[in-house]
Write a protein that binds this ligand. Sequence first.
Ligand SMILES: CC(=O)N[C@H]1[C@@H](OP(=O)(O)OP(=O)(O)OC[C@H]2O[C@@H](n3ccc(=O)[nH]c3=O)[C@H](O)[C@@H]2O)O[C@H](CO)[C@@H](O)[C@@H]1O
Ligand SMILES: C=C(OP(=O)(O)O)C(=O)O
Length: 418
Amino acid sequence: MEERLLVRGGRSLKGQISISGSKNATLPIMAASLLSSGEVLLNDVPDLEDINVMSDALSILGAKVKREGRGLIIDGRSVNSFELPEYISRRMRASNLVMGALLGRFKEARVAYPGGCAIGSRPMDLHIKGFNSLGYDITEGFGYMYGKEVSARGKEIMLDVPSVGATENIMMAAALTPGTSIIRNAAREPEIVDLQNFLNCMGAKIRGAGLDTIRIEGVKKLGGVEHSVIPDRIEAGTFMVAAAISRGDVWIENVVMEHLQPVVSKLSEVGVEILPWSGGIRLIGKNHYKPTDIKTMPHPGFPTDMQAQMMALLATIPGTSVMVETIFENRFMHVQEFRRMGADIKVEGRAAIIKGGELEGAIVESTDLRAGAALILAGLWAAGETEISRLDHIDRGYENIHEKLKRLGADIERRLVH
Ligand SMILES: CC(=O)N[C@H]1[C@@H](OP(=O)(O)OP(=O)(O)OC[C@H]2O[C@@H](n3ccc(=O)[nH]c3=O)[C@H](O)[C@@H]2O)O[C@H](CO)[C@@H](O)[C@@H]1O
Ligand SMILES: C=C(OP(=O)(O)O)C(=O)O
C-alpha cells in the first residue's frame, strides 16, 4: 500500500489561498539557532517533513526543540554533541548547514555528507574552502567532514559560484569568528537576507545580504531572539502556475512580490494577468498563451526551484518554448514523466525543447520535490486522471498542497492504493 495523489483535470481554480513560511529560509535559520546562547522563537514555520528532519538533527546534537502551532522554540544551550550522524544527515541536503553553526559556536564539528534530491552532484567543496579560509581545518573521510579550529580569523572569501548553502554556512561560521570576513560573489537569494536579519537580531554584525558582497564582523556571543520567517516564494510561484495552467482566477495572500519578480515577469510574458492587491497578488488565467524561453539563474534570475512547474505550463502552450537549466546538471527528470502524459519535450544537454499541446492523465512518479509539484500542475490541466506516486518528495516542501488546491476547486485527493 502506498499513498498517491489523484488529480482529475479540467477545473479552473478560483478563490483565495495563503502562502506558508519559507522552507528554504527556515532551514538555515534553524541551524543558525545553534549559534545562540539564548532561546530562539521562530514564527510562521511551515509544517513540513524537512522541518521535522532539521528538528531531529538539532535534537540529536542536544538542543531542545518544541513546536507550538506555527511557532518553533529552539534552545541550543543544552547542545552536548558536535556530531551529526549519517542516518540523519543523508535525509536532506540542508543538514549540511549545521556545520557552519557548530564551527562558529563550538569550534568543532563532525557532519556526515548530506543527502537530498538527486538533481545534481551537489558537492561541498565551496563550503569547505570557506571554512578553511576562516581558519578551520577540515578533513574528509568515512563519509564525514570533520572540522576543528586552528587559528580562526575573519578572511576574504571568493565563491566560484554564488552557492546559497555555502554563503549561509560561511555567514554562520563567520558570525562568531573574530575579525572581518568578506564573502564575494555571494548568493543573493531572499533567504540569505532573512538569515542576515535573524543573525543580526541575535547580535551579529552582518551587512550586504541581497548583494554580491557580504561583510561579517565577528562578535563574541549571540543572544536569544524572536523572528518571523519570510513567505515561501517557491510555494507562491507554484500556486501562481496553478492559477495560470488551470486558466483560473486566484488571490494569493502572504507573498512578497519583489521576491517573485522573475516568475511574475515570465508569467506576464506568456500572457497571464497579474495584479497586486493589498493582501498579495491576483492571477487571472487566459485561454490563450504565448510560448517563451527561460534560463534558470541565481537570484534575481529565474529560480531553478520553479523550472519544473513552469515547464508544466509551457507544455500546454502551443508553439515551441525552450527551458535551459544552468544550476543543476540533472534537473530534467520530470521530462520523462511529462512524456507519459503526452508532452512533446526533447532534452539536448542543458536545454529542454518543449512543443506545447494537449496533455492526458497517466500514472507518473515524483522524481524530486519540484518535479512532484509540477506533475500535480500538469494534472490540473490534463484530460482525465493523473495518478502521482512518491509523495514523500512533495511532503518535504509543500504543506498540504492537495488541501490548498481542493479549497480552490481542484478535483484532487490523496488515497492509499495497492
Ligand atoms: C535548502 C535550500 O535552500 N535549498 C536551495 C539551495 O540549495 P543549495 O544551497 O544546495 O544550492 P547551491 O546554491 O549551493 O547550488 C548551486 C550550484 O552550486 C554547486 N555547488 C554548491 C556548493 C558547493 O560547495 N559546490 C558546488 O559546486 C551546486 O552543485 C549547484 O550546481 O539553493 C538552490 C539553488 O537556488 C535551490 O535549488 C535549493 O532549493
Ligand atoms: C531542491 C530543493 O531543496 P533541497 O536543497 O533541500 O534539496 C528545493 O527546495 O527545491
